[in-house]
Design a protein around this ligand. Structure first.
Ligand code: ADP
Ligand code: MG
Length: 256
């Protein structure tokens, strides 16, 4: 079991009318890996994520998570399970709540579904919340947000809110996280912080990642393997070094 990739996708296709947004893509993420996914705008990266995470139904292909076939599962079913989570470009936080409260709620949504998450009663519920608080504090440290932890999330910068969202995603102890352009719109000073948080989540918690990112320095620093999409197809795959030297990739994506 442990030799299996955490995510294994074969022959994935998605058409929108005449547009073949994703055209027969095979891609896997190994357990413990941080894998990069790059390509020009419109090359099908986000659609690929949509099909893998149940937001869109693939026209063909198979998606296996941790050895289990999840092809055609809904976004809710996949997210509720908490094994694989996905970020969107828009950042959402509970503005009026401080960081720890944001994280505890995120943890409750997954590990304690249903009415008891809101009206938890008895010693078991109290222990659960105590454990969530402890994990929240650890993640707040990892995200470098310790000094601002008592401030309402809405008062923090866009980059800091992204870090809160990232830390929230780690609360349910996912095995795999898919990030869609995590550095977009982040102030350069915070980019290193987000990179470091991803790295720590990977090394400390063993979370695997598939990351769509245009910032090639970020991709090079985080990923050992990069997959390049172009017009819905896999154009190349290799180490960041191999990718930036690949002539076809340079022509399609890196500007010659
Ligand atoms: P990327 O994330 O690489 O920029 P997208 O996956 O967003 O690319 O888009 C790939 C192609 O699929 C584009 O041609 C886009 O217009 C098309 N597409 C994506 N989503 C939809 C949709 N919901 N309806 C119709 N066409 C779509
Ligand atoms: Mg996109």
């Amino acid at each position: 079991m442990n030799g299996l990739p955490i995510l294994d996708i074969s022959g994935l296709c998605k058409s929108y009318g005449a547009v073949r947004a994703v055209d027969w893509v095979d891609l896997h993420v190994d357990r413990g890996e941080i894998c990069g996914l790059i390509g020009p705008n419109g090359s099908g990266k986000s659609t690929f994520f949509d099909c893998v995470t149940g937001l869109a139904r693939p026209s063909a292909g198979a998606v296996k998570l941790d050895g289990q076939d999840i092809t055609g599962w809904s976004l809710n079913d996949i997210a509720r399970e908490g094994r694989m989570l996905r970020s969107f470009q828009k950042t959402v936080v509970f503005s009026a709540l401080d960081i720890e409260e944001n994280l505890v709620i995120a943890g409750q949504m997954f590990t304690f579904p249903g009415i008891w998450s809101t009206f938890g009663i008895g010693a078991a519920a109290r222990n659960r919340v105590a454990a969530l608080r402890e994990r929240a504090r650890e993640l707040i440290r990892i995200a470098g947000l310790w000094d601002v932890r008592f401030q309402p999330a809405g008062k923090l910068s866009g980059g800091q809110q992204k870090l809160i969202q990232f830390a929230s995603m780690l609360m349910p102890e996912p095995k795999l996280i898919l990030l869609d352009e995590p550095m977009a719109g982040i102030n350069p000073k915070l980019i290193e912080r987000v990179v470091e948080s991803i790295r720590l989540a990977n090394t400390s918690f063993g979370v695997s990642f598939l990351i769509i990112e245009h910032n090639i320095d970020v991709v090079t620093s985080l990923c050992k393997r990069v997959v390049v999409l172009d017009q819905g197809r896999k154009l190349a795959e290799g180490t960041p070094d191999e990718i930036v030297r690949n002539q076809a990739v340079r022509e399609a994506y890196l500007g010659g």
